[in-house]
Ligand binder design. Structure first.
Ligand SMILES: [Zn+2]
Length: 312
């Protein structure tokens, strides 16, 4: 079965007039209800990540900055990144969902999981919160797999339209985590990193793979690039796959503006699953990142979750 982690708590991260807004999850909930997909998934309760665990990855100055801004009525971590009074606790709850999903999948309770969390995480590195992201959910989930479950190799894939710069930074010198990001790149598209030449450093050399694509890339070329990247990433032979699942490459997305159709997210999931099935028994933990067209987001998740459920 697929484990689905969702909670009204995530609506408490109030960002005002901002693309990364609570309505995103409300639109997804409505799709889950109408399609009946929500009732086909397993559910579980979880706790917020402890600060001790947060500190294994994020620096004390960064944690204190977010906590203080929230405690003083809210503000911004950077010009794009809104913090409200509940945002600190909500972000720990989001990270807690992703680590709980790792526990459940690695304990064999569910083959795969989808964490419908916010705020997103992939732009946050170990010292800086940025780009709508406070703490790095997928990186914390990967850490959990390595430190608590003693895995040796974790693969993080990122199909959000933006480069997962935070995740790349965190694991750039780490040989235990392979990171692959497919993203729009060039002409100043945010965040600006994610070139092919960024391949990791020191012991992590060769464990970072960027697949940058230019504005106007065709769906066919996008999907082929994803599959080619996957083939290379799976040579790493991971024991678990964590996915930064953003849906802002959808053709209706006001931020990403790239051109994918919802069914492309189903095809990308299928391609990922066939490799994960033969390599790590299909163990996939998917975590929501971006996606700012309410239609594009909910329809993309419908295809993605449908594919996760179908292969169980
Ligand atoms: Zn994005």
């Amino acid at each position: 079965m697929t484990l689905l982690l969702r909670s009204a708590e995530f609506l408490k991260h109030k960002t005002g007039k901002h693309p990364e807004r609570p309505d995103r999850l409300i639109a997804i909930e409505s799709m889950l209800e109408k399609s009946g997909l929500g009732s086909k998934c397993a559910s579980v309760s979880w706790d917020a990540l402890t600060e001790k665990e947060l500190m294994q990855l994020h620096g004390p100055k960064q944690i204190e900055q977010i906590r203080q801004i929230a405690a003083h009525g809210g503000g911004k971590a950077d010009p794009d990144t809104v913090i409200c009074p509940d945002s600190f606790s909500v972000s720990l709850f989001a990270a807690g969902a992703c680590t709980k999903a790792v526990d459940q999948v690695l304990q064999g309770k569910h083959q795969n999981a989808l964490c419908l969390v916010r705020p997103p995480g992939h732009h946050a590195n170990a010292t800086k919160s940025m780009g709508f992201c406070l703490f790095n959910n997928v990186a914390l989930a990967a850490k959990r797999a390595i430190t608590v479950h003693k895995l040796n190799k974790v693969l993080i894939l990122d199909w959000d339209v933006h480069h997962g710069n935070g995740t790349q930074d965190i694991f750039y010198e780490d040989p235990q985590v392979f990171f692959m990001s497919i993203h729009r790149y060039g002409n100043g598209f945010y965040p600006g990193t994610g070139a092919v030449s960024e391949t990791g450093a020191l012991k992590g050399l060769g464990t970072n793979l960027n697949v940058p694509l230019a504005y106007g890339v065709s769906r066919k070329e996008y999907l082929e690039s994803w599959k080619k990247g996957l083939e290379k990433a799976f040579e790493f032979k991971p024991e678990l796959v964590i996915l930064s699942a953003g849906f802002d490459a959808d053709r209706r997305d006001p931020v990403g503006d790239l051109g994918l159709e919802p069914e492309d997210f189903g095809s990308m999931t299928n391609a990922l699953q066939s490799l994960a099935n033969s390599c790590c028994k299909g163990k996939i933990v998917s975590c929501l990142e971006g996606g700012y067209s309410l239609e594009g987001l909910s329809e993309g998740i419908k295809e993605h979750l449908g594919a996760l459920l179908a292969k169980n």
